[in-house]
Design a protein. Structure first.
Length: 575
């Protein structure tokens, strides 16, 4: 009996707000203005302020604080109200405000202990502006409330939160969620339970204070808006169907768990710069409930998580393509294929078969040369590198396309040595070297002249122009050389000053001819490499020794890479 009296005395000492009969039914309801409710919470000196089944009605005289809170000048003049005890509000009916386009705001209130508002009623919902919550915050609206709202503006939460409603929307504008005082709650939770509900989170910061804390959006909803938030925590909205998702300008420092999310609506706005490098799923094997994203091939031993992971990537890439965002589609597809390559590495490490090795390395090769078919031009760039590398190698070896190249350098030396030792112009030495060819042309000219009336006039009329055309190149070269031969005479007979100048001029000319010869040799090697790479065919491969076999290998590589280019180009055209 004594214990019963003590318990009863303690119960009524905790800031009572209502009475109940033995059956648990309300015997009466307390009606308070918004200001009176706030004053009671602030004045309560006990550890808990408890109110159940009360009505909070707008009083135009007392509740000015709750209607002018939007005005920035008025807000600056407001004093902060401190609520020291834990707040437990249940079944509170918040009445509307008889002011057009106004809702009741709890403004500049600092709750120093845990706040629990459960099954709240009222069509206007609950609004908090510039409030601070030092401990855990739990707020839920009555399931019967139609189109309810839970709204926070420029508020701060120093522990985890749990916001729940059936049909309506949860808003948090420019708030800070920094769980420095973690207690029972382990995550930030935003829960709605109606296909027409929404969660709107613009310009918030979700700080990370422990490795397991997440920001979780769950239940059923139609709209999810994430705009310019900073998520240090992982963000999870898995196992949901959302018609309209918008994610713009967010800084995701953690992962985004999108396991089995259905977002088939064309209205959703998702971008690679938001999701690239951030997609994750949950794993049944991870008892710590961390978001799963493989960092090495060993992680793919969790085959169920891997299947979920690739399923998310498939849905996201298909969404990009359905909206015509081919650039983000290519980037996300390439990222997915990188993980596929990692998974093939795991399979090879597990099976150690030749087939698994080829599958792994082939995927790796395709990623390097064409970004898995998303960048056809990249395969062309690598093809050019291969052509140039083989061309450099071919330059070191003789081939039938460059048959004169082996003795061309010796011929250059012979020509300049003769010129320096003879008392003749450089044009004369040049014509002397060409004498054998010129004699053949001279014999042709004499043959035409001797033929006279013995052959038709057509051959005489066309033969002489052909003769002049045949020797024109040689005679033109001789004239040019004669014009530039400004210091004539044998080199040893020249005065020292002229000898120096002639040495400089002849050396420069010699170097220019060598550069020209090297250019021709490089051009021949390049054409040989292009011919081998494109597999146009030689009849007979015009090179011998090791380069002959390299040309065959190059032909195979060229065929393979050109095939990849064709497939990648067709894939992009179809997309």
């Amino acid at each position: 009996m004594k214990n019963l009296i003590l318990i009863t005395t303690f119960f009524f000492a905790i800031c009572p707000g209502f009475g109940q009969d033995s059956a648990g039914q309300n015997t009466y309801k307390v009606t308070l203005s918004y200001q009176e409710l706030l004053d009671r919470m602030a004045a309560c000196t006990d550890s808990v302020f408890r109110l159940d089944g009360a009505v909070v009605a707008y009083d135009p005289v007392k509740d000015a604080r709750f209607t002018k809170a939007r005005d920035s000048l008025y807000m600056a003049e407001l004093d902060t109200i401190y609520v020291q005890g834990q707040v437990l509000l249940k079944n509170i009916e918040f009445g509307p405000i008889a002011v057009e386009n106004q809702q009741p705001f709890f403004a500049k209130v600092k709750f120093q202990k845990a706040v629990t508002i459960s099954d709240a009623k009222g069509q206007d919902g609950l609004y908090f502006i510039k409030c601070k919550f030092d401990s855990e915050t739990r707020i839920s609206l009555d399931p019967e409330v139609d189109d309810g709202r839970i709204v926070f503006v420029e508020s701060a939460f120093n522990s985890y939160v749990n916001f729940r409603l059936a049909k309506g929307a949860i808003y948090a504008f420019s708030c800070v969620f920094d769980p420095v005082n973690r207690k029972d709650l382990k995550n930030n939770i935003f829960f709605t339970d109606h296909e027409e509900s929404g969660v709107f989170l613009p310009r918030n910061k979700f700080a990370q204070r422990d490795s397991l804390g997440k920001t979780i959006i769950s239940g059923r909803l139609y709209t999810l808006r994430l705009w310019k938030n900073t998520f240090e925590t992982d963000l999870a909205f898995s196992e949901m169907s959302i018609d309209d998702i918008t994610m713009i300008g967010n800084d995701f420092q953690g992962l985004v768990d999108m396991t089995n999310v259905e977002f088939g609506s064309y209205k959703s706005e998702l971008y690679y710069d938001q999701l690239g490098g951030n997609i994750g799923v949950y794993s049944n094997e991870d008892n710590a409930a961390k978001t799963w994203r493989p960092k090495s091939y060993e992680a793919f031993h969790d085959s169920i998580a891997a299947e979920r992971f690739f399923n998310v990537y498939r849905r996201v890439t298909e969404h990009f393509r359905s909206r015509g965002n081919i650039r983000d589609y290519n980037r996300m597809y390439s990222e997915m294929k990188d993980f596929e390559t990692m998974q093939l590495h795991y399979y090879y490490n597990k099976e150690s078969s030749l087939s698994a090795l080829f599958s792994w390395k082939m995927n790796q090769f395709l990623g390097i040369i064409s970004d898995y078919g998303t960048r056809p031009t990249q395969s062309i760039i690598y093809s050019l590198y291969i052509v140039l590398i083989f061309a450099l190698f071919y330059m070191l070896f003789p081939n039938s396309w460059d048959s004169e190249g082996r003795k061309r350098l010796i011929d250059r030396y012979t020509f300049f040595l003769k010129y320096l030792r003879k008392d003749a112009g450089i044009d004369e030495v040049f014509l002397e070297n060409k004498q054998r060819n010129l004699m053949q042309y001279e014999e042709f000219k004499n043959l035409i002249r001797d033929s006279g009336q013995k052959v038709p006039k057509f051959f005489i009329a066309t033969g002489l122009p052909i003769y002049k055309w045949a020797i024109s190149g040689t005679t033109l070269s001789a004239r040019i050389l004669k014009r530039f031969d400004i210091i004539k005479g044998r080199w040893e007979d020249l005065p020292p000053s002229k000898r120096i100048w002639k040495s400089i001029l002849i050396t420069g000319a010699f170097i220019m001819t060598v550069i020209y010869d090297l250019f021709i040799k490089a051009l021949n090697a390049l054409m040989l490499s292009v011919n081998a790479f494109t597999t146009l065919g030689f009849g007979e491969i015009p090179i011998k020794g090791i380069p002959r076999y390299l040309a065959i290998i190059q032909g195979f590589v060229g065929w393979f890479m050109l095939t990849i280019f064709s497939v990648a180009l067709i894939s992009q055209l179809l997309n």
